[in-house]
Design a protein around this ligand. Sequence first.
Ligand code: AMP
Length: 284
Amino acid sequence: MTVIHKIKELREFLNLYIRDDKSIGFVPTMGALHSGHCDLIKRSSAENDITVVSIFVNPIQFGKNEDFDTYPRTLAEDCKIAAKSGANIVFAPAENDMFKGGIVSYVDVENLQSNLCGLKRPGHFRGVCTIVAKFFNIVKPNKAYFGKKDIQQLTIIQKMTDDLNFDVQIIPCDIVREQDGLAMSSRNRYLSDSERAHSLVLSTMLKRAVEQIDGGQISSQKVINMIKDGFNAIESLKIDYVSIVNKQMEDVDTISNGDIIALAVFIGKTRLIDNHIIGEPVCF
Ligand code: AMP
């Protein structure tokens, strides 16, 4: 596996493959790789001739009071994990290569962001879309792999790709969880032992919500209230949002198949998100 830091060098390297009509799979990440990322890399490696994994903690998707400075940066370890999962190239650009003297052009998907993380983290998805668009132009992948863990991000990236005619197929990948149900996240390593124990409430409440819905409950508000009651029982937990939305990320009154139960909470200082798409197999 090759580690490349410069955009120019990556382009030259990839052009050799593009000339030979090789297919390129792309997995964008912010590093601190875990089994969720590995799943994306393995899938890309199985479906493409070469797989590029980007590792870049993107400053323009973090809000002022968020964890950009403290976000885990573990490049050496990440390269080992990426190689083991089948990556051919890790692309880890420096900030000043990605942003040169500062950029003034951004990609903003106008719909789909007025709820959930888009509402709670203003500017976040503009930062995500801009960096992903830049990576698409640099890597020129045939397929790009995104986790359903970040379901609003996946939905927005798909819309951006359609709207701007990027010639890339977006591949959604299922959420990978710890054995006890906690959705894997680079931010899980912030959790103290007691916070880690409390974090199980996310998957537990998703499971209870699915049980209620399977039992015939269709009132979104009733399911939301049940989840909030479970969350409020934990002192160190602060709710950011508990919502049930349709594919357009709009709140629904009545639940139907394909709707999404979406959760975001702070446990101590750590923000965790999780979700479940109603009708999809339960994996917690
Ligand atoms: P991140 O490094 O957190 O920006 O995530 C990079 C990619 O990995 C995104 O497409 C995420 O949705 C995906 N991802 C992160 N955690 C998981 C997980 N637990 N299961 C599946 N995909 C994940």
